[in-house]
Design a protein around this ligand. Structure first.
Ligand SMILES: Nc1ncnc2c1ncn2[C@@H]1O[C@H](COP(=O)(O)OP(=O)(O)OP(=O)(O)O)[C@@H](O)[C@H]1O
Length: 245
């Protein structure tokens, strides 16, 4: 569902990622690791078509990102859920309203404004709130929740759009270890339950090793490790986190 061949990417004239070869299959759970500035976010966000392609082949969900048109870019982005470190929820709205807002492409604006939701929409929202274990707070405003709870709402909202891919850009960096583990566990549960591909940038190597099936190690704009988590040795970790030469 994702194919990069000899792909070189960047911003304006600056090359950030060089000659990347990657293939991702449906249902994988991948952690991207590497030092600050290595290009992890650029790699992750390139999948939504926002990063300039200088060279190579780049297909995501059957769209060719080297020459994608605007209307196809909108369709592609509808199929990709994105979760950020800062949650990006509407704080003054309740948990359930935030989750249902993930379905907005299927709900007319007039109904959304009146918060007039149909039974099947509420049922779906309940299913997603259950999987992230936030149902008991469904009527609370999001600004009354802890960071970990908010991140779980953000996952439920992403799920509500029924994405094929979920991208998580440092989803647990702002959380204490207990909340971070719970969020990682939920991402894994979501990945397994819906067979949705999850790709997460992770600052904490331990979380990548514990929860992800596959790890991609990036250093200075190149992929220097790409394999099952258990194949990651201490020596490779040193190489991944080595400072720029
Ligand atoms: N919008 C942008 N325009 C120009 N350069 C950018 C932009 N965003 C990132 N960069 C540059 O791209 C390089 C890689 O940044 P990126 O954010 O992808 O790294 P990262 O590995 O995710 O780092 P961190 O772990 O600190 O978030 C950096 O040199 C950064 O300055």
């Amino acid at each position: 569902m994702i194919k990069m061949k000899n792909l070189t990417l960047g911003y304006k004239k600056e090359v950030i990622l060089k000659e990347i070869d990657l293939k991702v299959k449906k249902g994988e759970f991948i952690g991207i690791i590497g030092p600050s500035g290595a290009g992890k976010s650029t790699l992750l966000m390139s999948l939504t078509g926002g990063i300039k392609v200088f060279d190579g082949k780049f297909d995501v969900l059957d769209y060719d990102l080297t020459k994608i048109k605007k209307k196809h870019l909108i369709r592609l982005r509808e199929q990709i859920g994105v979760i950020f470190q800062g949650y990006n929820l509407v704080d003054r709205l309740s948990v359930i309203d935030n989750v249902i807002s993930g379905m907005l492409k299927d709900i007319p604006l007039s109904r959304a404004i009146l918060k007039y939701y149909k039974e099947h929409e509420i049922k779906k929202a309940k299913e997603y709130m259950d999987i992230v274990d936030i149902t008991k707070h469904s009527l609370k405003r999001c600004d009354e929740l802890s960071g970990g709870q908010r991140q779980r709402v953000a996952i439920a909202r992403a799920l509500a759009a029924e994405p094929k891919i979920i991208l998580a850009d440092e989803p647990v960096s702002a959380l204490d270890p207990k909340s971070a583990k719970k969020v990682m566990e939920i991402l894994k549960k979501v990945n397994k339950t819906y067979n949705v591909t999850v790709i997460a940038n992770l600052h904490h190597l331990e979380y990548a090793k514990e929860y992800c099936d596959r790890i991609i190690g990036v250093n200075n704009g190149t992929v220097i490790f790409d394999d099952n988590s258990e194949k990651l040795t201490d020596k490779t970790v040193d190489k991944i986190y080595a400072a720029k030469a």
